[in-house]
Design a protein around this ligand. Structure first.
Ligand SMILES: O=C(O)CCC(=O)CC(=O)O
Length: 260
């Protein structure tokens, strides 16, 4: 079922499938929408309960300002709407930060975490300021090639030109204000002092060719969360959910079995 739900000040777009629990909840990266999980969902058993959502300012969700806590409250509000608890939260990049924030603020909702290509702090203030300036002066379409170079390794781009063109379109059509709001949320978010208290089973995935969250940064997150496992996907860029969805679906199902 595809639908829309008002969570406080913002109408959010989601897809929900009832099924076997624990539910799996997917949280997207910057400049993408819930379709980045299509390949992962196709590789999962068809009887699982699944919730995907477009965070505010992305996909078909409304645009409204909000920090990392607000993004997590949106996910929590949607999960509450569907009566989900102890779910397996799978987030990539900023989606992985939202997942960490959710585990810290609403541990009742989170049974396990699959954190893909993310960290407890992503980038630095100067880098985000520069990006905000470029969005305003050049616009997202003009920035797309640079972003895609961080998302996908050269060999993947050469081998899949149509797919890469499609994701360039997804990025370029993202609402500039929504994208900028998410950049501000990233600039202001630092979970490094708090992730050591995450207590649920956690798997962290990195990509050896990730140009946005390099593998040493992602491994640092796994080191900071008690008991977390780290998996590095050789040859993967920033978005293995698109590039090699089976490499995300397999640890997701292992974790699902562990928490079931
Ligand atoms: O992808 C994200 O959610 C944030 C990390 C980032 O900066 C991605 C990019 O390189 O554009």
């Amino acid at each position: 079922m595809t639908g829309f739900a008002r969570i406080d000040d913002c109408v959010l777009h989601y897809t929900f499938r009832e099924g076997r629990g624990p539910a799996v909840v997917f949280l997207n990266s910057l400049g993408t929408d819930l379709r980045i999980w299509d390949g992962v969902v196709d590789a999962l058993p068809t009887d699982l309960c699944l919730l995907r959502m477009d965070k505010r300012g992305h996909g078909l969700s409304e645009t409204a300002p909000g920090d990392m806590a607000r993004f997590a409250a949106d996910a929590a509000g949607l999960m509450d709407r569907f009566g989900l608890s102890r779910a397996l939260i799978c987030g990539v990049s900023i989606g992985g930060m939202i997942a960490q924030e959710l585990a810290l603020s609403r541990p009742d909702l989170v049974g396990g975490l699959l954190l893909s290509n993310t960290a407890a702090k992503i980038g630095d203030a100067a880098g985000w300021q520069d990006r905000l300036f470029r969005i305003e002066t050049d616009g997202l379409p003009a920035m797309a090639d640079g972003v895609l170079d961080r998302w996908f390794p050269r060999a993947f781009k050469d081998g899949h030109p149509d797919m890469v063109a499609g994701y360039r379109t997804m990025l370029s059509r993202t609402d500039a204000e929504g994208y900028s709001n998410a950049c501000r949320a990233l600039a202001g978010a630092d979970l490094r002092d708090r992730v050591g208290t995450i207590a649920c089973p956690t798997v962290v995935i990195g990509g050896s060719e990730d140009g946005s969250t390099p593998p040493d940064v992602v491994r640092g997150l796994a080191d900071a969360i008690p008991g977390a496992d780290y998996i590095e996907i050789g040859g993967a860029g920033h978005l293995p959910c698109i590039q090699t969805p089976g490499d995300v679906a397999a640890p997701l199902m292992d974790l699902h079995r562990r928490i079931s």
